[in-house]
Every structure is written in structure tokens, then in C-alpha cells.
Design a binder for this molecule. Structure first.
Ligand SMILES: Nc1nc2c(ncn2[C@@H]2O[C@H](COP(=O)(O)OP(=O)(O)OP(=O)(O)O)[C@@H](O)[C@H]2O)c(=O)[nH]1
Length: 508
């Protein structure tokens, strides 16, 4: 159970423990938990005090796939997936106006007085001379955009409703004057999300993949402002209609004065980390320590599992030995939360985290070389990847045998390197293998699990492929990222593998 693995010190949001067996929601953290109020069977969600958690059952087809029966009944907390409701602003109202009482200038009035009167009635006019009547302000649009400064979707769990402002009304006292202005347009509500956020309609329609800084999408258009109408007694209408068509004929016309309503949409935001390198391994292997040692990132590090609950990103500098070309070896590293056996079935939040691998082009397997069975641990993680999406096993990767500052690890380093190097197909991935596996961009709208049963899990004869049937690592290196032993060699291997991936990609 994940609950057993969570330490007391984890933040309050971890106190949620949601089981979705038999579509029942149970809390095992009784002292911390927000208790569910009721289950909405149609939406498969529970309304909690402030949060809506979606117990989505994975869509599955056939063994060895996870299916609703085989899914591990673990707490699911979608740190990187959230439903939000946005509402654009209503349009401001126009006004029902009457023409001011104006006496027609008599012949006896002087030129000066006539000019004064003309100025007084110099209403705003269109190019054809017709009167321009003021309009209500446009309601605020809602735009979601990718912002480099944002790291997670957590804030949307706390605040899931976002409303744009309504447009301003025409501020009129009922009489048309030349000073009348349009109602103020409401500002666009711009909602920042982390790079790599996929925006979908709640019912599944793909809208956008905000992968690059500045990518944005208009998700709700603000309502149009209402128009203004001139109210005139019947006998004077003819004259005014020569000036404008906006003359009120009967009471029903008043609906035109009201601003259009804004639209409300429910959206699903899904974060897929955009990184060149994905760090994977069992909890406590030292992934966060590796990230902190090689980049400026400051992930939480502790000697209990699941310290990392959100992918942390760090920027790896280029290789100085490459001179001007060093920038080509710069890369973003993502420290992904630890995988455990059964991750592909949802255990330890595994399915949530595994999807972050899809935009990486190199995997770095971090193995605790001081653990009881490092080779077994390595196999466990490979197996989880295979079960989740076998194409991840076609991706280039290197293995870092970490913690070699510990004597037991150091003593068996060579035998571990040999054992791990032997596991897998004796070739580097071919171009045909990589054409699908290395793709850094996901297909828009493609479901995360859509590839699980693609050709990768079985060979041409339909035989299930084992770990041994997938490529071997580019390199297996020993290091202690904590004590800075072998870090440079490890970085050199990561950069070399990255260059290799780039070369493969450019020849595709
Ligand atoms: N002796 C030794 N300890 C290390 C080394 N690298 C990491 N550790 C320790 O191992 C523990 C776990 O390290 P993390 O970096 O949090 O491990 P992780 O893989 O990110 O763990 P999760 O967040 O659970 O996935 C911490 O106490 C680290 O100080 C190392 O090279 N040598």
C-alpha cells in the first residue's frame, strides 16, 4: 500500500487516500483525510470538501494489459491532471436611449448659435453619416498559455474555477448625448500552465498541446456587448430611422440591449513533462540526488521512498570540451517519481508518472548498487516500462549504478556492470526502431495508454517479447552522485547518448 510508504512529513495533499475498487472511495488516513460526500456514478468522481478526484479506470483491451479488475487499488491523486471550469465574461449591456429635445434652429438665429447647436448634436457617426450608438463592452475571453515559470498543476486542485470579467455597461442616463461611450471591454483572462500541458475538453476532445513557451489557446470566448436602441414615439420614428436603424419598435427589441452571455467550459489539463532525459528507477535509488548534483535544480531529497511526487526538472549544461558546440549537448533532465513493482497497474501512482516519459528521448536508469538485489531492481523497472508501454524499452538508455561510495556496492560494481550489460538485444536501436520510440512530441490527443498494445510487446511472430529482446543500454556506469564519484564519467555517457539520439533523429 502506498499509504504505508508515505511519511508523516509529507504535505497535507498526500493525506488523500482514494480507492477505486468496486467504485468505492475509502479513506485510510482517517486523521488527515477529506471525507467523500457522495459518489457520482455517471462522472465516476467524488465531490470532496474542496477537491474533485477522478477515479478514471484505465481503458484496456486484453491481457497482459491492466484492466479494471487487475488495476491495483491504490490511492490516486492526480497531481498532474486536473479538471477545471472556466467561464468567459458576459457582454456588457447597451442602453435604451431617447433623443434629446432639440428645437430646430429658426431662420432668425445667428450663424454662431446655429454652429453651437450643431456641435451640441454632433453625435458619433459612421462613414455613411448614420448615428453610431454606444455598445456594451465585450466580455473577457479566457486563454490558457504555456508559461516557463509554472511547474505544476497543483494550484488548479485548489482553485478549479476561473471566471473572466464581464464587459462594462453603457453608462447612459437614458438620453443620447455626444459624450456617450461604449462600455469597457473586459480584459482577457490569461491562465498560465506549465510547458507540456495538454488541454482537452472534459469529454475528451483534444484542444491543444502547449509544449513551447508562449503557446496558447483561446478556450472560452467572451460574450458580445449589447447594442443600444433609440426609443421614439411612433410619429417621430420616421425621421430618426433616417439617422439609424437601431430604433426600438416594440418591447421585444430590448433583448438586443442585453450583452451576450459568456460560455462555461470544463477542461481537462494534463501535464506531460517536456524533457530530453528522464531519470527512472525504484524509490530511493538516488534520482533526485543525481538531478541536484548535475543541475541547479533543488529537488526534495530524503531517505524515504516517494520523496519525489512531482517530476522535477533541471537543466544540464553543455559539454565544455565541445567548445562552441557545447550547446548542442545541453539538455533538460526530469527526475520522475520512483517506480515500484505494479506501477503500470497504477501502484504507487505509477501510471501517472510513467506518462511523463513519453516526451523524453533518453532514459537514465538509476539503480541503487548497494541494495539487496540491484539486478532484480533493474529488471523490475524495465518490466514496469514494458508492461506500461513497450516502446519505452526501445528508447536509448544508460544505467547508473549509484551509491558506489558504499563498500558493498563498490565491491560488486564490476559484476553488476557485466550482469546488466548482458541483459538485452546485442545492438543499438535501429532507425526503424527509433522512428516511433524516440519521438519527443506526443501525437496530439493521443491517449497515454493507446500504445500499450502496439507492436512493441510482441515480435513479428506474435511471441511476447521479454526484456532480453529489447536493446541493451548504451552504457552502464558506476557512480556516487552524493559523493561526486564518477559523476563526470556518467555525464560524459549521458551527453554521448544524447548526441547519438540526435544523430539518429536527424537521419530519420
Ligand atoms: N551513500 C549514498 N547515498 C545516496 C547516494 N545518492 C543518493 N543517496 C541517498 O539516497 C536517499 C534517496 O535519495 P533520493 O535522491 O531522494 O532518491 P530518489 O530516487 O529520488 O527517491 P524517490 O524520490 O523516492 O524516487 C537519500 O538519503 C540520499 O542521500 C549516493 O551516491 N551514495
Amino acid at each position: 500500500m502506498l499509504s504505508a510508504a508515505f511519511p508523516q512529513t509529507t504535505s497535507s495533499h498526500l493525506s488523500l487516500n482514494l480507492r477505486n475498487d468496486s467504485l468505492a472511495c475509502v479513506s485510510s488516513f482517517s486523521s488527515h483525510c477529506l471525507l467523500p460526500k457522495r459518489f457520482d456514478r455517471r462522472r465516476r468522481s467524488y465531490k470532496l470538501q474542496q477537491w474533485t478526484l477522478n477515479c478514471r479506470l484505465a481503458r484496456v483491451k486484453e491481457p497482459p494489459s491492466p484492466n479494471p479488475d487487475t488495476l491495483i487499488k491504490e490511492p490516486h491523486k492526480y497531481f498532474d491532471q486536473v479538471i477545471v471550469k472556466v467561464r468567459s465574461g458576459d457582454g456588457g449591456h447597451g442602453a435604451v436611449l431617447s433623443m434629446p429635445n432639440q428645437s430646430t434652429p429658426s431662420k432668425s438665429q445667428g450663424k454662431h448659435e446655429k454652429e453651437k447647436m450643431r456641435k451640441k448634436s454632433s453625435y458619433k457617426r459612421d462613414f455613411d453619416g448614420s448615428l453610431l450608438l454606444p455598445m456594451g463592452g465585450h466580455g473577457g475571453d479566457v486563454v490558457i498559455y504555456a508559461d516557463e515559470g509554472k511547474e505544476s498543476l497543483l494550484e488548479f486542485h485548489k482553485k478549479s474555477r476561473h471566471n473572466a470579467k464581464r464587459g462594462g455597461n453603457v453608462a447612459a442616463m437614458g438620453v443620447l448625448t455626444s459624450q456617450l461611450q461604449n462600455g469597457l471591454d473586459a480584459p482577457t483572462l490569461r491562465i498560465p500552465v506549465p510547458l507540456g500541458t495538454v488541454v482537452k475538453r472534459k469529454r475528451g476532445n483534444f484542444l491543444a498541446d502547449l509544449a513551447r513557451p508562449g503557446d496558447e489557446i483561446l478556450v472560452a470566448r467572451g460574450g458580445q456587448g449589447g447594442i443600444s436602441l433609440i426609443e421614439m414615439p411612433e410619429h417621430r420614428r420616421k425621421r430618426v430611422m433616417a439617422l439609424t436603424t437601431n430604433v426600438m419598435r416594440d418591447e421585444n427589441d430590448k433583448v438586443l440591449v442585453f450583452g451576450q452571455q459568456g460560455e462555461e467550459v470544463s477542461l481537462e489539463l494534463i501535464l506531460r513533462v517536456v524533457a530530453d532525459v528522464g531519470l527512472i528507477g525504484l524509490p530511493n535509488a538516488g534520482k533526485s540526488t543525481l538531478l541536484a548534483a548535475t543541475t541547479l535544480a533543488k529537488p526534495d531529497i530524503a531517505d524515504y521512498p516517494f520523496t519525489t511526487l512531482m517530476p522535477n526538472l533541471g537543466r544540464l549544461d553543455g559539454d565544455p570540451s565541445l567548445g562552441a558546440g557545447k550547446y548542442f549537448s545541453e539538455a533538460t533532465l526530469a527526475d520522475l517519481p520512483g517506480l515500484i513493482e505494479g506501477a503500470h497497474l497504477g501502484k504507487g501512482l505509477g501510471r501517472n508518472f510513467l506518462r511523463h516519459l513519453r516526451r523524453t528521448r533518453l532514459l537514465v536508469h538509476v539503480v541503487d548498487a548497494a541494495a539487496e538485489n540491484p539486478v532484480g531492481d533493474y529488471r523490475t523497472v524495465r518490466e514496469e516500462l514494458r508492461m506500461y508501454n513497450p516502446e519505452y524499452l526501445e528508447r536509448p538508455y544508460i544505467v547508473v549504478l549509484n551509491k558506489i561510495d558504499i563498500p558493498e556496492a563498490r565491491d560488486r560494481l564490476q559484476s553488476l556492470i557485466q550482469a546488466i550489460s548482458r541483459i538485452g538485444r546485442d545492438e543499438t536501436p535501429s532507425q526503424s526502431d527509433t522512428s516511433s520510440g524516440y519521438a519527443i512530441e506526443a501525437l496530439p490527443g493521443e491517449d497515454d495508454h493507446a500504445n500499450v498494445f502496439s507492436s512493441g510487446i510482441s515480435d513479428a511472430d506474435g511471441n511476447i517479447k521479454e526484456i532480453e529482446d529489447y536493446p541493451r543500454p548504451f552504457a552502464v556506469v558506476g557512480a556516487s552522485v552524493l559523493k561526486d564519484i564518477g559523476t563526470e564519467e556518467m555525464l560524459a555517457e549521458i551527453r554521448a547518448a544524447l548526441r547519438e539520439c540526435r544523430d539518429i533523429n536527424t537521419t530519420d
